[in-house]
Ligand binder design. Structure first.
Ligand SMILES: [Zn+2]
Length: 209
C-alpha cells in the first residue's frame, strides 16, 4: 500500500468526508494505520486525517500527542516517543471548553506555521476499529491535535483559521517559532468562543438528538 500525501491546493482536502460504515474491512484499516504511522514519524507529524491521503472517509490516526519541547532538529531526532497509535472512526466533538493558543503546522501545508485558537478541553464520541461506540475526553496539546484532525474531516485546514502565519518555515524555523511562543493556556474552563472564526471554518460541535 503506497500512500499519497496530498497538498493544500487539492480540492479533496476541502470536502466533507463520509461516515465510515465498513468495519468488516479491519485488515485494510490495520494496514493503513501502519502506513500512516510510518509517514507521520518520518514527517514529525503528531497525527493525520484520511482526506490528507485522498481518502474520503471520517477517520483520524493519532500517532503521538506528546508536545515535543526541543531546541533544534538534533534534539527532535533524539526525542523518545512511545507512539501509541490509535485510529478514531467517525469522531464527533460533543463539548469544547477553555481557550489555548499554539503555533500549528500540517503535513498537507508543508513549510507553514500559524497561531490557532483551540479549546483546552474537549469531549467526543467515536468508534474503534471494531465499530464499538465510545466516548472520551482530551485536554491541552492532545485536545488541539484532535481538533486539528477532526477539522480535516469537514474540509477545514488550520490555515483557514490561523493568525500570524509564517510561510517558508522549514523545520528549523517551526521549532524556533514554537520555542519563542510555547502553548499558551488562556482559560481551562471558559466557554470556547468561535465568534472570531469565519463560520465556515469553525470546528463542528455534534449535538445529540
Ligand atoms: Zn493537518
Amino acid at each position: 500500500m503506497k500512500l499519497e500525501l496530498i497538498k493544500s491546493d487539492d480540492p479533496r482536502l476541502k470536502q466533507v468526508c463520509e461516515e465510515v460504515v465498513d468495519f468488516e474491512n479491519k485488515q485494510f484499516y490495520l494496514e493503513l494505520i501502519n502506513e500512516i504511522k510510518k509517514l507521520c514519524i518520518e514527517q514529525y507529524a503528531f497525527a493525520a486525517a484520511a482526506p490528507q491521503f485522498g481518502i474520503n472517509k471520517r477517520f483520524i490516526v493519532m500517532v503521538s500527542a506528546v508536545e515535543k519541547k526541543v531546541r533544534n532538529i538534533q534534539e527532535l531526532q533524539q526525542f523518545e516517543d512511545h507512539y501509541e497509535t490509535t485510529i478514531y472512526f467517525n469522531p464527533r466533538i460533543t463539548l469544547m471548553r477553555g481557550l489555548t493558543y499554539y503555533y500549528e503546522a500540517c503535513m498537507s501545508t508543508g513549510e507553514v506555521i500559524g497561531k490557532v485558537a483551540r479549546p483546552h478541553y474537549i469531549e467526543f464520541d467515536y468508534q474503534d476499529i471494531d465499530g464499538n461506540s465510545l466516548h472520551r475526553s482530551a485536554e491541552g496539546f492532545e485536545a488541539r491535535c484532535f481538533c486539528h484532525e477532526i477539522d480535516h474531516l469537514d474540509g477545514i485546514e488550520f490555515l483557514d483559521k490561523a493568525e500570524d502565519i509564517t510561510y517558508n518555515a522549514d523545520l528549523n524555523k517551526r521549532i524556533e517559532v514554537r520555542n519563542k511562543y510555547p502553548q499558551k493556556t488562556i482559560s481551562t474552563d471558559c466557554e470556547f468562543d468561535q465568534s472570531g472564526i469565519n463560520p465556515e471554518f469553525r470546528t463542528k460541535i455534534y449535538i445529540k438528538k
